[in-house]
Design a protein around this ligand. Structure first.
Ligand code: C2O
Length: 559
């Protein structure tokens, strides 16, 4: 075939991939215009940053092993970058998205083409802005279907629906965080939670009746639930209906049935729901989970399940959300999560550990002469408050630019103390630095994340870019390196990309560093990311042919 013909065929394939799902193809092309949109349906009419004018933003639909391209065009006054949360980005860190970690942000007027392959991944993930607090309104879901002809490892649902949970501020979110950073204190909590962009009826809110999920009696639905909230772990519950959890963070789990799910910011959860109740209207409730004495947005967001044929005027079956400190509800849910660990989807838990790391995570206080109390609340890992560089770390690593970061992140706290004791005498001040931890290609890591009681213990949903990890253990109080590993689950621990470290407790994870590049790890509570609860791993190239970071694309934004 001549090259002209090849080009024509290639163009036709690309066209088909963009505009129809009938033609099966391996490349999915999307265009994301970052624009200001007036959020008229919400509790206040204010301009928000969105993708293509939609809140939540467009869903990306692809199949396992497909290549996705997203052309992002920035029409707003902010720097923008987009992260494909949970996409492994094997060797393609340039497309990962966290600003100043793997790329410089896309400046106003700029564009960038994200291109990545969904190698060996299927399930629900999501995408969000990864700069400033823009992800409050710049987010959406990624639905990765199994390869054509490959069934789910659970009964085929009749229909599927995406349910994106969010948090809404009446005022501009950039103003909220800027004001907090100036004062050195915590930002205002949100004014509502949302379910697919709608809080449901709440006081002083113009929004209408809330999101409705229409169901047919007897049918089964796969709900793909995403927690896109900035700062709050959430409970999700539907009146009179049980939910069967089949997947978290795009990894299959042993199915289990529950009436409440717990989902932290960054996490996704797929559940099967059977419309097997008396035809009617049933309330869906989304409410915060917070054990610590920390202010949260206490409003319950509501949506409803509508059986077909039901009058809109018929009475709603209600449900009470769990109290915000419902630790036992949370624990029951978390302890039920296990990898599917089937023949087709084995749990490949690393059994030998090359790097045994112990990271404390928590808050601190540093002096600040311009702040309200002369001090500023910060957050840290191993007492280091991460300082964002002004050149992207992946570039600095790839091109050997010195002076951007050091690779001396400590493998354990330099000054050990009784981390979770309530009578703390430790100085709450932190060190600052842009420190990374270096890993050889294919080395294995065990990382214990230990919450501290500094200022207050608090639950932290920690997210690792570039990898999935196994959650091999979890406990309350201080981790005991002599006793606790005896109880680790190395057989079928849940595998995921974001894990909630319990309030005043610890979580142990294991992963294999089989992806070269620079990979961000941070608390997915946006306020804690802002405060510095973040670090990164630098994973060196391997020796083999497919074990190196690919060269950067020519349109990679410049700082
Ligand atoms: Cu979903 Cu680094 O984040």
């Amino acid at each position: 075939m001549s090259t002209t013909w090849l080009r024509v065929v290639a163009t036709m394939v690309l066209f088909a991939c963009t505009f129809t799902s009938i033609v099966e193809c391996r490349i999915r092309n999307y265009k994301f215009n970052v624009v200001m949109t007036n959020a008229t349906k919400l509790c206040s009419s204010k301009p928000i940053v969105t993708i293509n004018g939609r809140f939540p933003g467009p869903t990306i639909v692809a199949r396992e092993d497909d290549t996705v391209t997203v052309k992002v065009v920035n029409h707003v006054k902010y720097n923008v970058s987009i992260h494909w949360h949970g996409v492994r980005q094997l060797r393609t860190g340039w497309a990962d998205g966290p600003a100043y970690i793997t790329q410089c942000p896309i400046q106003p007027g700029g564009t960038y083409l994200y291109k990545f392959t969904l190698t060996g991944q299927r399930g629900t993930l999501w995408w969000h802005a990864h700069v400033l607090w823009l992800r409050a309104t710049v987010h959406g879901s990624i639905v990765i279907l199994p390869k054509l002809g490959v069934p789910y490892p659970f009964p085929k649902p009749d229909k599927e629906a995406v349910v994106v949970l969010g948090e809404w501020w009446k005022s501009d979110t950039e103003a909220v965080i800027n004001q907090a950073q100036k004062s050195g204190q915590a930002p205002n909590v949100s004014d509502a939670h949302t379910i697919n962009g709608n809080p449901g009826p709440i006081p002083n809110c113009l929004a209408n009746g809330g999101y409705r999920l229409h169901v047919d009696l007897g049918k089964t639905y796969l709900l793909r639930i995403v927690n896109a909230a900035l700062n709050e772990e959430l409970f999700f519950k539907i009146a009179n209906h049980k939910l069967t959890v089949v997947e978290v963070d795009a990894l299959y789990v042993k199915p289990f049935t529950t009436d409440t799910i717990l989902i932290a910011p960054g996490q996704t959860t797929n559940v099967l729901l059977t419309a097997g109740q008396k035809a009617g209207k049933y309330l869906v409730a989304v409410s915060p989970f917070m054990e610590a004495p920390i202010a949260v947005d206490n409003l319950t967001a509501t949506a409803s399940l509508h059986y077909s044929g039901i009058l809109t005027s018929s009475a709603m079956k209600l449900v009470a959300p769990p109290p915000k400190n419902a630790t036992s509800v949370a624990n029951t849910f978390i302890n039920s999560l296990k990898s599917l660990n089937s023949e087709t989807f084995p749990a490949k838990v690393p059994l030998n550990v090359d790097h045994s790391l112990f990271f404390t995570i928590g808050l601190g206080v540093n002096p600040c002469s311009t702040c309200v109390n002369g001090s500023r609340v910060v957050a840290d890992i191993n007492n280091i408050t991460f300082v964002m560089p002004t050149t992207a770390l992946l570039q600095a690593h790839y091109f050997n630019i010195s002076g951007v970061f050091t690779d001396d992140f400590p493998s354990k706290p330099l000054m050990p103390y009784n981390y979770t004791s309530s009578t703390q005498t430790m100085n709450p001040a932190t060190n600052r630095g842009t420190k990374l931890y270096r890993l050889a290609y294919n080395s294995t890591v065990q990382l214990v994340l230990q919450d501290t009681g500094m200022i207050t213990p608090e639950s932290h949903p920690v997210h690792l870019h570039g990898f999935n990890f196994f959650v091999v253990g979890r406990g309350i109080g201080n981790f005991d390196p002599n006793k606790d590993p005896e109880n680790f689950n190395l057989v079928d621990p849940v595998e995921r990309n974001t894990v909630g470290v319990p309030t005043g407790g610890w979580t142990a994870i294991r992963f294999k560093a089989d992806n070269p590049g620079v990979w961000f790890m941070h608390c997915h509570l946006e306020v804690h990311t802002t405060w510095g609860l973040k670090m990164a791993f630098v994973v060196d190239n391997g020796e083999g042919p497919n074990e190196s970071v690919i060269p950067p694309p020519s349109d990679l934004p410049k700082c």
